[in-house]
Design a protein around this ligand. Sequence first.
Ligand code: 5GP
Ligand code: ZN
Length: 138
Amino acid sequence: MKKEDCIFCKIANGEIPANALYEDEVVKVIFDLSPASRGHVLILPKNHFDNVYSLDSQTAAHIFQVAVKIANGLKTALNCEGLNIVQNNGEAAGQTVMHFHMHLIPRYKQDTVNITWVPGENSEQKIEELKAKIIPYL
Ligand code: 5GP
Ligand code: ZN
């Protein structure tokens, strides 16, 4: 299913031209318009999903298979020294385009990419509380 007025639906389905790195019946892989690093690409499903919560398991599995293929291609072709896979869901997480997409960001020593958080603290008690809360919904 496509969504009206969704830019990534239009790109993934060829309504807006994009220079695809890879394409199959389920996904299109495109270069990010404002790359964090050399070779930063996005995997877009051709069907519209707002975010990870609405993704069906077959599409999810396919996206990750494609991610592995592309990751290996980037590593070999660009000699990147690392790679971040980033996937934002919701404004609070930094999602700006509300069509599911996965970032593959090649990393190089001394690049300017910044993916960090302040490490918190965990405890057996906190973990037990979290498990009791979350597991019933799995
Ligand atoms: P988000 O913050 O939603 O996870 O990431 C959205 C990404 O899409 C950003 O990295 C942004 O540069 C990229 N982007 C937004 N619009 C376009 C577009 O029209 N074409 C391409 N190739 N990338 C886009
Ligand atoms: Zn869409």
